[in-house]
Ligand binder design. Sequence first.
Ligand code: ASP
Ligand code: MG
Length: 240
Amino acid sequence: MLYVQKYGGTSLADAEKLMNAARRASELARQGIQVVMVVSAQGHTTDEMIRKAREVNRRGSLREMDAYLAAGEQMSAALMAMALGTLGVGAISLTGAQAGIHTDGNHGNARIRTIDTDRIRRELAAGKVVVAAGFQGVDHEGDVTTLGRGGSDTTAVALAACLGADKCQIFTDVDGIYDRDPRVHADARKFDRISYGKMLTLIENGAQVLHDRSVELARDRGLQVEVLSAFTSEPGTILG
Ligand code: ASP
Ligand code: MG
């Protein structure tokens, strides 16, 4: 069995939350399930980095922005591998390039072209939990690219599809997909299941729970995606 689990920024915002995510993955690993974690930058790291970059250059080069912003996810991945180490679970962090994620050269909004899964499979076969930095890849020049804001979801879906994962789980700060933002509307209704088409409509209308390309990719690959809370063990919403 192989699970891909993606943890968003709010699910990793501090050491305690990061350890909780590590614990959740470690329980699977102890059951003999192979786990690939995909992590976002912690908390508001990406927003803060963008603000900092603007302090030194109002219209910074997209190439340098990618090199800079991708570091947020890389820090999360390495921290997560260390957290798993604390729990006695063998783990290795991989950047997008190390994870074999090849993209086009469209800096700031790159598309994944191919994924060479050799390295990931080797690490899984060696009994390790693989922690992949989300949101990033590498182009034909070897330059770091990013997939657009919220792109870690797309990393997770793409890896799940290419690895033939048994489950693709997206952990977030809400416990599933709602017809309206549950953080704003108290009477929002949660879906147990939602179709790809309906989800894409919600995104068009402003829902931010999933990156649009992750939904298109899941649809095109016929992959089911579970969206659930990182803070509870309630069932979430099944996409697809
Ligand atoms: N850290 C990136 C962002 O804030 C990517 C992601 O979280 O999916 O957009
Ligand atoms: Mg997101």
